[in-house]
Ligand binder design. Sequence first.
Ligand code: 4AD
Ligand code: MG
Length: 453
Amino acid sequence: MRTLIKHVLATTEPRDEVAVKGWVRTRRDSKGFSFLEVNDGSCLANLQVVVDAGTPGSDQLAHFTTGASVAIDGRLVPSPAQGQKWELRATKVELVGLADASYPLQKKGHTAEFLRTIAHLRPRSNLFGAMFRLRSRLAFAVHEFFQQRDFVYVHTPIITASDCEGAGEMFRVTTLKGNLEEKPQTDFFGRRTYLTVSGQLEGETFACALSNIYTFGPTFRAENSNTARHAAEFWMIEPEMAFCDLQGDMALGEEFVKAMARYAREHCAEDLALFAKFVDRGLPERLQFVIERPFIRVPYAEAVELLKKSGKPFEFPVDYGLNLQSEHERFLTEEHFKSPVTVYNYPREIKPFYMRLNDDGRTVTAMDVLVPGIGEVIGGSQREERLDQLLENMKSHQLKPEEYWWYVDLRRYGSVPHAGFGLGFERLLMFLTGVANIRDVIPFARTPGNADF
Ligand code: 4AD
Ligand code: MG
């Protein structure tokens, strides 16, 4: 029976008959024996294997090169070497798969840019192994967070006919050939369809039945912004709560971000240490900070005033009624408040139709959570639950209520105040690891001009 290396290394007593399988990271030959460093991806650390000349299978040892896959049986004994508790004294070694000298991941460190060109092999590097183990643990933590709070997980559709955000950034889904606009009613679904930008609208229908729900799935945006924070395909977590207002929404969002930071620190310590060492030295301090400090809440109008008074030479203009750009968001969280910041009550003109209009008639109950190094990690709002006002909003956004009839119905039958938000999973991972490019926190990045692998 094979044992994963993470369990081998966590052993408390010497053991006979340990079997491991993995990939060779390095081999060093000495007179009469060889050292192998083997990694199986179960943890960051390698297992050191000592192979004496004459060990069954060792006639193949010349082929145990970097990248080759191997199976090794042996005895686990305390290691005399520095920095490791155990080593495996091989009793049998077997070459499973060759890797010749063209194997691109050699021992020396590689740049993230180079590793993107070999996205199929980069999970075998220390950095990406750590990233994707962490990603997996955090995905589990997301579910745990919501399940513990009695939220119901809803699978919202990936193919949809409605543009939730109204930004016109949707990928068309079609089986039509030739002119797509000629007869959309003859298309597969009998209408124009797209990849979803958000599960929110469908999520709201379930919140207005099951009270507290969340979605966690892929979303797609045909946004042609080639930045380090935008991907065309990304994963979003969207909770939605019935009988909840903006205050409750902000509280959940802030608690969620804190809980994820805490979880990463408690459950991914070895991998986080790698990021702290090689990617972002300030990482431990930043996590500590987010876990301990309350988030600052500031209305949009006040944030705009702060930005104007800052005297900073921003690239993009700052004025009431304009969107905050990432440089503005980062100024607020990194320089002005030096703390995570929740900006709320944005001008209605720059936000989608579904947000609830405030009594001032000018602003909507939107909120964005901004964190250092990233800017916006969460976008959410209280939803417009009043039928008349929703119809009015749709009109001013040039949307046809009949195309959203089921969404409008929620306001006809037992409408309730409700609120929710979306958290970009990749942005959260960037924040928790210090990795600066979204292409390096998702297994296979989809960005403009790039869908390889
Ligand atoms: O602010 P957004 O557009 O909000 C919504 O989609 C709402 N329907 C959510 C809701 O209220 N249920 O997106 C939410 C979050 C952003 O804060 C950001 O973290 C992430 O999704 N995001 C992206 N992440 C990566 N690449 C992109 N192109 C992203 N666009 C948004
Ligand atoms: Mg947003």
